[in-house]
Each structure stands twice: as structure tokens, then as C-alpha cells.
Design a protein around this ligand. Structure first.
Ligand SMILES: Nc1ncnc2c1ncn2[C@@H]1O[C@H](COP(=O)(O)OP(=O)(O)OP(=O)(O)O)[C@@H](O)[C@H]1O
Length: 247
């Protein structure tokens, strides 16, 4: 289990020299990551770079070989997994799903669904939901526990740029309402570069991190993402110049 950080310190989550080995292979090394209260950090990296592994280590689902994960005392983590398999032979409604494994008041469930942008899905069967609706229900489930830290693993998977951008906006509203820190994994470089406050670029270790434009200019980022890197920087500049023009 992750260790507690004393309540006096500012970070809500911090890792120190995290090393993860799976199947005899080193997947992550020297991970020093800090998440401050109410900050949004986006984790990017190529396929297989260890993003999901890091997220699992943070929530305590994977035990690191060495290093530490410290969580502020009393801080609750809400986790939205990359995918969740539900047995289609056991149909379950959204409302019932959100009551598993622990029952919540009807009002709390309604609030969480509303806050996740899924207010109208309560009576739907889980196996009838679209990919985007399913992710919002998973987000509602994470919000039910009033998280101090919200961790989303590729929660915008399957959404196009527009859908991803809308989802990011939604997460920003959630962050403000719940006053939680957010760590999200994303592979949509365009949207990340446009929307994130702080970007962490992972490839077995943290290659670079900082504000989007700084990361986009770094040679490590360009080496990892090639042409996409140049595209996303152009996108970032275009968007920010437009914003600057407007005012
Ligand atoms: N249980 C496991 N045993 C052995 N190797 C594993 C295990 N889980 C993951 N890996 C390996 O660890 C590496 C990192 O996987 P991970 O899923 O963390 O990457 P990712 O950055 O999230 O990738 P993607 O963007 O494709 O989702 C991969 O090479 C994967 O094959």
C-alpha cells in the first residue's frame, strides 16, 4: 500500500525513485513524480512506455520493486480505468453498477452522474452504453467517493479530437467542483498540448516534463513522437495565438 505523506506538506501524491519490474523486465525506473493539490497533470508517452503501469503503481495495484509512492494522509483516490470488462450475460443497470460494491444514497448517485455528464444514463443497461457513455459512468463511479486525487487512464480513448477536448473541459469543471488533483493519461497530443497545465512525458522513465510548450520544444519529446510532435506544437501555437488575439 502507498505510504502517507504528512498533512502539512503541499503535494497530495509523490513518488520517489520508483522502479517497477514485471515479468522479469524493467518497465519503469527512477520515477519521481509530484502531484500538487488541485493540479492537472497529463501523462503522455508512446505505446508500451509504462503509463498504465505507473498508474497502477500509484493506486497500489502493482507493487514496485523499489522506491515509494506517498499519498497525503486521508487523501482519497478516484480511479477511472482504461477499460473494464463486464459480463454481458449478467446485465446490470447504471444505477445498480454504481451501487457496487458499496451502496450510496440515491441523491449522491444522481449528483455523481450529473457531475460526470451522465445525468440521463441512470436507468440504462451498462452493456447498452456507447464507449463515451461508459467512460462517463466510470468517471461517476470515481466521483462517488469524493476523491482528492482523480486518476484517469486513457479515459478519452475512442473519442475524436473534439470529443477529447470536450472531455478535458469536463474534467476541468470536475476538478474545480471537487477541488481534487487530476492525473490523466492521454495519447491525444493535440488536445494535451492545448489543454494541459503540466505534461509529463514517459518512456520507461520521465524524459521531460513541464508546461506544454516547453515539453513540445524538447528534443526528447520530438524524438519520441516524431512528426506528431511538430504537428501538436503547431496546433498549440495556433490555438494560443488565436486566444491571444481574442484577448
Ligand atoms: N503483467 C505484466 N507482465 C509483464 N509485462 C507487462 C505486464 N503489464 C505490462 N507489461 C509490459 O509493460 C510495458 C508497459 O505497458 P503499459 O501498459 O504500462 O504501457 P502504456 O504506456 O500504458 O501503453 P499503451 O499506450 O499501449 O496503453 C509493455 O511492454 C507491456 O507489455
Amino acid at each position: 500500500m502507498p505510504d502517507p505523506i504528512s498533512s502539512a506538506s503541499t503535494p497530495v501524491l509523490r513518488t520517489r525513485q520508483l522502479h517497477v519490474v514485471l515479468g522479469g523486465r524493467q518497465i519503469l525506473h527512477d520515477i519521481n513524480l509530484t502531484l500538487h493539490r488541485q493540479e492537472i497533470v497529463t501523462l503522455i508517452g508512446p505505446n508500451g512506455s509504462g503509463k498504465s503501469t505507473l498508474v497502477k503503481a500509484l493506486i497500489g495495484a502493482i507493487r514496485p520493486l523499489s522506491g515509494r509512492v506517498d499519498i497525503a494522509t486521508g487523501a482519497r483516490i478516484g480511479y477511472v480505468p482504461q477499460r473494464l470488462h463486464l459480463d454481458p450475460t449478467l446485465p446490470v443497470s447504471v444505477a445498480r453498477f454504481l451501487d457496487l460494491p458499496r451502496r450510496h444514497s440515491r441523491q449522491r448517485v444522481s449528483e455523481a452522474l450529473h457531475d460526470a455528464g451522465a445525468g440521463d444514463l441512470r436507468r440504462m443497461a451498462m452493456h447498452h452504453l456507447s464507449g463515451g457513455q461508459f467512460q462517463r459512468v466510470l468517471l461517476a463511479r470515481a466521483l462517488l467517493m469524493q476523491p482528492d486525487i482523480l486518476i484517469l487512464d486513457e479515459a478519452s480513448q475512442g473519442l475524436d479530437h473534439k470529443g477529447t477536448a470536450a472531455f478535458y473541459k469536463h474534467i476541468e469543471a470536475v476538478r474545480q467542483r471537487y477541488r481534487c488533483a487530476v492525473l490523466m493519461v492521454s495519447h491525444d497530443l493535440h488536445v494535451v498540448m492545448r489543454s494541459a497545465n503540466h505534461v509529463v512525458c514517459l518512456n520507461g522513465h520521465i524524459c521531460c516534463e513541464g508546461k506544454p510548450e516547453r515539453v513540445a520544444l524538447s528534443s526528447d519529446y520530438r524524438a519520441l513522437f516524431g512528426d506528431h510532435a511538430a504537428d501538436s506544437l503547431a496546433f498549440y501555437r495556433h490555438d494560443h495565438e488565436e486566444t491571444a488575439d481574442v484577448g
